[in-house]
Write a protein that binds this ligand. Sequence first.
Ligand code: PLP
Ligand code: SF4
Length: 327
Amino acid sequence: MTISRDVATDGKTWEQVLSESITSPGELSSFFEIEEEKVQSVISRYPMTINRYYLNLINNRGDGIYEQAVPDIREITEEEGLEDPLNEEELSPVPGLTHKYPDRVLFLISNRCAAYCRFCNRKRKVGRPSVVTKETIKEGLAYIRKTPKVRDVLLSGGDPLLLPDEKLHQILGELRSISHVEMIRIGTRVPCTLPQRITPELANLLKGFHPLYISTHFNHPREITPQAALACARLADAGIPLGCQTVLLKGVNDNAEVLGRLMRKLLFIRVWPYYLFQADLARGTAHFWTTLERSLEIMKGLQGHTGGLGMPHFVVDLPGGGGKVPL
Ligand SMILES: *Cc1c(COP(=O)(O)O)cnc(C)c1O
Ligand code: SF4
């Protein structure tokens, strides 16, 4: 089945694109043959948002983009996996902040995403208003302020870049007022799922808080569109080093040819492939898991496709909070 491309996102603001997202089974069924009750039961547990830009990247039901965005009944029928595979809650001195490695923290400042990825390892949290609040952000900032060994702050979510410019400006400003915070990193999927968000104003705002790094999250070569390239060019031109954290996903990118194309296209848009993750053991995502054996085989195949610049570190984030281990 092919998708009607009557919905142009060009010329619309990112807020408009986001507000026209598909969030109900009824809307979804006008694009794909789906069982509405099943989709409803999945999204009452794990929310769905598919914005029209990302929707338009789907060529066929079941392709690598479809699988990432469209709910699957297996998300609620599979028994395997853990709610909190990386033990982020237990390693949390204050809600929404994980302090696992001595010198750096993971700080959630948003609970919204431009599209809810079905494979998300934080799917227990995303889209839930209570997870990140004004209060948790305040507490997180206070914790960083009183903890001098934290020199690297990794902002995540949800998607930090779904915050309005003023709110981002305020949080970044507070972080920059803390003298022991040497660098700020933003983990975001927006350059991939809603590149319209990377406006010249946003790039200019971010430029004021260097050294600031951005980790993007592309999983499939077809996600690298002219719009995504423009978004990354704006960030790179603002002097922001860009990396990519890709997740190895069955049915999406689990072969060396697809990954090789992805890595080459990333380099072409000035994004440095940083990590390739073995999928975390999050509940509701087992249908995306590859075996470690298969993953290593894919990595080996990838070595033939690209030079060192295009070779991400292949890492497993150990279940239970053991941390990232390169293989
Ligand atoms: C991944 C991660 C980081 C950052 O790790 P790097 O290897 O420095 O990119 C920091 N804190 C937590 C909890 C993480 O999961
Ligand atoms: S954008 Fe990131 S946090 Fe949000 S659903 Fe996707 S993987 Fe999860």
